[in-house]
Design a protein around this ligand. Structure first.
Ligand SMILES: Nc1ncnc2c1ncn2[C@@H]1O[C@H](COP(=O)(O)OP(=O)(O)OP(=O)(O)O)[C@@H](O)[C@H]1O
Length: 245
């Protein structure tokens, strides 16, 4: 449903050039959950932005769905809520003028319920904790009923307890709605807990792919989780960083 072939992305920086991505060939089957893991600066966000259609590659081709259209929603590290609107209005903002008001209200209520915030639909962003704000951001993405849900380190700023809860909630939402998910993280454990497949990135390239066929919800203390974590980590630590062009 989503295919990349020969994707590269270069940026002009001063008089030189930075290669953010090179030789990316990937396919993401409909309904799959893929994590993208690698250290800071390896190109994860650039790849996600290309998948989202927010950025054009310097070379290569991207196929987004059979008709070239794929309903896509993105969740960033910060919730980016509008402080002057309450939770329900933030969630429904993108539907304004696109669907009838009653349909929008129903979809908003369902998305807010899915992230467990029904009691806070009338709350203002300043009244929410970081985890709650991030739940609103996820509801705002889900209300679009996306075929493709892209998440860029959405839980990185949360404490460990909230992060675990949110990870489990995301998996439960995925199992109910089955969007195709691509989830960026620099945390190898998180990549293993969430993904059916973890793609390892380094220096703008995919340097490994780990299939993780463990049942959900996954337990970080499960020895099989640890085994996958160690396999990915050892590959990422061993692979020399390809030189940027
Ligand atoms: N707009 C830009 N202009 C110039 N260089 C850029 C731009 N965007 C990204 N880069 C460069 O491309 C490389 C990959 O950046 P990217 O943000 O994709 O990495 P990342 O893996 O998401 O990092 P992090 O985990 O820190 O967010 C980096 O060397 C970065 O400096």
């Amino acid at each position: 449903m989503l295919e990349l072939s020969g994707i590269g992305r270069r940026y002009r920086v001063g008089s030189g050039e930075v290669t953010a991505l090179a030789d990316i060939d990937l396919s993401f089957p409909a309904g799959s959950f893929t994590t993208l893991v690698g250290r800071s600066g390896c190109g994860k966000t650039t790849l996600l932005r290309i998948l989202a259609g927010l950025e054009r590659p310097s070379e290569g081709e991207i196929r987004r769905g059979d008709d070239g259209r794929l309903r896509t929603a993105v969740v960033f590290q910060e919730a980016r809520l509008m402080p002057w609107l309450d939770v329900a209005a933030n969630v429904g903002f993108g539907l304004r003028g696109r669907v009838p008001r009653t349909v929008a209200a129903e979809r908003c209520a369902a998305a807010i319920e899915l992230v467990g915030l029904s009691a806070f639909a009338g709350a203002m962003p300043a009244q929410l904790s970081g985890g709650m704000a991030q739940r609103v951001a996820i509801a705002r993405a889900l209300v679009q009923e996306p075929d493709l849900l892209l998440l860029d380190e959405p839980f990185a700023a949360l404490d460990a307890f909230t992060r675990r809860t949110m990870q489990n909630e995301l998996v439960a939402i995925w199992q109910r709605r089955r969007p195709t998910i691509v989830f960026v993280t620099h945390d190898v454990e998180e990549a293993v807990l969430l993904g059916e497949r973890a793609l390892e990135m380094q220096g703008g390239r995919i340097v490994g792919s780990e299939e993780i066929a463990l049942p959900y919800p996954r337990d970080p203390t499960d020895p099989d989780v640890n085994l996958h974590r160690r396999t990915i980590l050892s590959r990422l630590m061993k692979t020399p960083t390809p030189a940027a062009a």
